[in-house]
Design a protein around this ligand. Structure first.
Ligand code: SF4
Length: 109
């Protein structure tokens, strides 16, 4: 079925799942620069209280001290351990563009 968009080779993907499978962490809104005293490293703040639920806007750069306050040492190490921009997206993936689309929909209701 070459014209069927649900088929990817011999596998079947639901459209929203296909998006997550093809995306990388670098495209995710939770993927941010974490700024320490001497260096900046990439990391994922999806597990940090506030950011993960999107109650707080996720900035492009987050101070490491802020993550330490909100999630402790384990939270900071967890965030830094998911710092590979080429890693495949996980189930918590939220695209940066998706958020703008979602906001536009909210504003146009
Ligand atoms: S895809 Fe998952 S692991 Fe990667 S940055 Fe987003 S939430 Fe974190």
């Amino acid at each position: 079925m070459p014209d069927n968009s649900l088929w990817e080779g011999h596998r079947i993907f639901l459209p929203e799942l296909r998006e997550k499978v093809l995306k990388r962490c670098r495209d995710c809104r939770f993927f941010v620069k974490i700024r320490g005293r001497e260096e900046e490293r990439w990391g994922c703040v999806a597990g940090v209280p506030g950011y993960g639920t999107l109650r707080v806007r996720v900035p492009e750069t987050v101070p490491a001290v802020e993550i330490l306050k909100k999630a402790g040492k384990d939270g900071l190490f967890g965030a830094l351990s998911r710092g590979d921009p080429e890693a495949g997206a996980c189930g918590l993936y939220r695209g940066r563009q998706e958020n703008w689309k979602a906001k536009e929909n909210v504003f146009h209701k």
